[in-house]
Design a protein. Structure first.
Length: 343
């Protein structure tokens, strides 16, 4: 490679391909440029924040609470899941032992908590989701004033489940002759002796599912109702002109595709509500653990190890397992109702 002195004393050379090259910058010059670029980006970001300072001021309290009560606990749970921690001694790192024990040796989890949770989730999740959509569609067919009253009637149980548990469901499911359900069935001659609806292991899960379905018409139901009411009515008129006559066809080809965001939100809320349920079995049966572990769910298993046995590390491992389970379920929901632009 030949070289010569150019104007300004810059060394200019020719490569074998005939392309002129200049001497590379010194390290200090490169660092200086990077620092200047970083400073300019920081200044631009600061100017942007100051421009929209009022908006950021409104967002900041939520962001701080989200970090403090969601992000930090999740990170702490993941970290503790790899330790032995009894809330007294310092956490001791034990690697994957908690997870190995959970999926191979914890018989209470494998025999009761996991199967009960799957049974509960498979029935309550899709069942409550479908029921919420059907009720929302039926209410949308009513006149305006009736829509409001019926929507309020369907939504209220999700707000008053604790009160309803003590005033409605416990007296109804009491296992003696004065229990409303037993009294009605005895008078009809359908049963000969009172049934222990909430203390018999054969009936407790069914009672849990029934009460949870009754109280599952929450924000997901309201989102679906809003989505159905906001579907453009011109679509239905155009479909009728094209020969569509069945209401079922309208629902399948127009209503559901037009409200995919609301369907996705309802699915996510149904999954979260289902998997976080745990107290219902204890409240109905009045004992903890539930009779013969018939109502023992993953949440109950976490409470058992975290707040009764004080094995915080193992409880954190169960929580991480539940988090992964919920994440996979939510990804399936995104696959069904989400769009590429939403991911």
């Amino acid at each position: 490679m030949s070289s010569k002195i150019g104007a300004g004393g810059v060394i200019v050379g020719k490569s074998k391909l005939g392309v002129q090259e200049t001497d590379s910058e010194t390290p200090s010059a490169g660092i200086g440029k990077r620092r200047a670029g970083a400073k300019s980006r920081v200044a631009a970001l600061a100017a942007e924040i100051w421009k929209y300072r009022l908006s950021y001021a409104f967002v900041t309290p939520f962001l701080l609470c989200f970090i403090a009560f969601i992000v930090v606990p999740v990170i702490a749970a993941v970290a503790l899941s790899f330790t032995y921690f009894n809330a007294i001694e310092r956490p001791r790192f034990i690697g994957w032992q908690n997870f190995q024990y959970l999926i191979s040796q914890d018989l209470l989890f494998l025999k009761y908590a996991l199967p009960n949770t799957f049974k509960f989730a498979v029935i309550v999740g899709p069942g409550g989701y479908i029921a919420a959509f059907l009720l929302a569609w039926l209410i949308s067919q009513l006149p305006g004033k009736l829509q409001k009253w019926f929507a309020l009637a369907m939504y209220t149980p999700s707000l008053t489940i604790g009160i309803a548990m003590s005033i409605v469901w416990l007296p109804m499911l009491t296992g003696d002759r004065i229990g409303y359900l037993n009294s009605i069935l005895l008078r009809l001659g359908w049963i000969e002796v009172p049934q222990l609806w909430v203390t018999d292991p054969d009936y407790l899960m069914n009672a849990m599912i029934g009460v949870t379905l009754w109280s599952s018409m929450g924000v997901g139901f309201l989102a679906m109702l809003a989505g159905i009411l906001n579907v453009n009515k011109d679509y239905y008129e155009a479909a009728r002109i094209d020969g569509m006559k069945s209401r079922l066809q309208e629902i399948w080809y127009i209503t559901i595709p037009s409200m995919k965001p609301q369907m996705l939100f309802g699915a996510v809320m149904a999954i979260v509500t289902t998997f976080k349920t745990g107290a219902i079995g204890v409240e109905l049966s009045g004992v903890n653990p539930t009779p013969a572990y018939s109502g023992h769910l993953i949440i109950n298993h976490i409470d058992d190890f975290g707040f009764i046995r004080f094995e915080m590390g193992y409880a954190a491992a169960i929580s991480v397992f539940l988090l992964i389970l919920m994440y996979v379920s939510n990804k399936l929901s995104w696959g069904l109702f989400g769009s590429k632009g939403d991911e």
